[in-house]
Design a binder for this molecule. Structure first.
Ligand code: NAP
Length: 327
């Protein structure tokens, strides 16, 4: 398994991580036993970066990871996130207050069954708390040995710069894939300049770039992608036209579209470590093989042409969640 450095502080990880969110929320049927086996399979194959969050199933995802890694903590680079909360009115909110940062860290440590978190990230920026105060407290957690490195998620270029002036940021987790390329304008250049790694989430476009989802009926009734504008009936049809071309290119190169989608993200910079999500061992194998794909300049030009920046049909989140991005 190839390796890449995450950030500029010497942390080496597998070239792709494993996104664990779908093991407890969002995508179709759940199977804890299969998910734990998938995590073991990833670790057995030297894929050592696991990505989770306290918000994934109200802590359930972290508890699942605890079950999977309890006898092999030292094999894992563990990345969890805090800050997406449920307010007393039942609506989603964010909390970046220093006292909450500490409280969330202690709760994650307990659920994960560990006394240190390798990478502790803020899930969404809190517009009511200066970023310096939030990352300042995260820095104190590093000093206390509870956290090794820190990250941000879906932060603006300005916030990344301000945060990094306060405490060294190791990675920024943000959606980036063939059909979500807006980070190329500001976020990615900022990260590259500051020596921060970009950790693209949803590099397979929440599964859409696998070519397996042709219409809304391919998603279970309880699948949360049904709430995402890009997966509405009319937008799926429009977006699937592009995926058909991706499929043709991928098969002509001898790979599956999901693998080419991952290889495309990896090819954008060595400072990129994507975290494709799956709960299946066979997809882990396929995704690991994608790290060995060398796309030619022509392949990249062809792929870029299918998915021009900003031309995907539909927003990438429902409207209430869109307002929490890029702060
Ligand atoms: N920071 C944030 O705000 C944020 C937001 C969303 C996600 N994330 C993190 O990023 C991770 C990845 O994102 P994501 O899971 O939303 O989207 P993704 O990685 O683009 O796609 C995941 C979907 O693709 C399917 N898949 C994976 N490998 C495949 C393959 N080789 N062939 C065909 N299908 C394949 C999975 O199927 P199965 O599920 O059936 O295995 C799943 O439905 C998450 O797990 C989470 O940890 C972070």
């Amino acid at each position: 398994m190839k390796r890449r450095f995450l950030g500029s502080q010497g942390l080496e990880v597998s070239a792709i991580g494993l996104g664990c969110m779908g093991m407890t929320i969002q995508y179709g049927e759940l199977d804890d036993i299969e998910s734990v086996e998938a995590i073991h399979h990833a670790l057995d194959n030297d894929l050592n970066l696991l990505n989770t969050a306290d918000a994934y199933g109200n802590g359930k995802n972290e508890v699942l990871i605890n079950t999977a890694i309890k006898d092999r903590r030292s094999d894992v680079i563990l990345n969890t996130k805090f800050g997406q909360v449920t307010n007393s009115d039942g609506r989603g909110g964010v909390n970046g207050k220093p006292s909450y940062v500490r409280e969330a860290c202690e709760a994650s440590l307990s659920r994960l069954g560990t006394d240190y978190i390798d990478i502790f990230s803020q899930h969404r920026v809190d517009p009511d708390v200066p970023i310096e105060e939030t990352v300042g407290e995260m820095g104190r957690l590093i000093a206390e040995g509870k956290v090794r490195y820190i990250g941000l998620s879906e932060a603006s270029s300005e916030t990344i710069q301000r945060a990094h002036r306060e405490v060294s940021i190791t990675c920024v987790e943000t959606e980036y894939s063939l059909w979500t390329r807006d980070v190329e304008e500001n976020i990615l250049p900022t990260c590259l300049e500051l020596g921060i790694s970009l950790m693209p989430y949803a590099p397979i476009g929440r599964g859409f770039l696998s070519g397996e989802i042709k219409n809304i009926d391919d998603l279970n009734e309880n699948d949360r992608r049904r709430d995402h504008p890009r997966f509405s009936s009319s937008n799926i049809a429009e977006n699937y036209r592009k995926v058909q071309v991706l499929k043709e290119i991928s098969f002509s190169l001898g790979f599956k579209p999901a693998q080419i989608a991952i290889a495309w993200v990896l090819s954008q910079s060595d400072q990129i470590v994507p975290i494709p999500g799956t709960k299946h061992r066979k997809f882990i194998d396929e995704n690991i093989r994608a790290t060995d794909i060398a796309l030619s300049d022509k392949d990249l030009i062809d792929l870029n042409k299918i998915f021009p920046v900003g031309e995907t049909s539909g927003d990438r989140y429902p409207s209430a969640q869109m307002s929490k991005l890029g702060l």
